[in-house]
Ligand binder design. Structure first.
Ligand code: SF4
Length: 77
């Protein structure tokens, strides 16, 4: 599979918990109640994680789809 990048604009998280509930392998709630993209690096104003499997892409896309403020994106590299 082509590499994809998951982007998460954590500063805009409204702490609903939906991403962590549907995609716990990739998202968890931090002690402040904001979603954290597991294993990600902070790049500029957001978090990024490279993924390269269909399974990872599907799980991260599910999180993106349930986020009510659309701050999770899955993009082709
Ligand atoms: S679904 Fe969106 S708003 Fe809700 S916790 Fe996850 S990143 Fe934050």
């Amino acid at each position: 599979m082509e590499k994809h990048t998951v982007l998460h604009f954590k500063k805009n998280c409204i702490s609903c918990g939906a991403c962590a509930a549907i995609s716990p392998n990739y998202f968890e709630m931090d002690p402040e109640g904001l979603a954290e993209l597991k294993g990600s690096a902070t790049v500029d104003d957001h978090q990024e994680l490279e993924i390269d499997t269909e399974d990872a892409k599907a799980q991260c896309q599910e999180a993106a789809d349930v986020c009510p403020v659309n701050i999770i994106q899955v993009k082709k590299k």
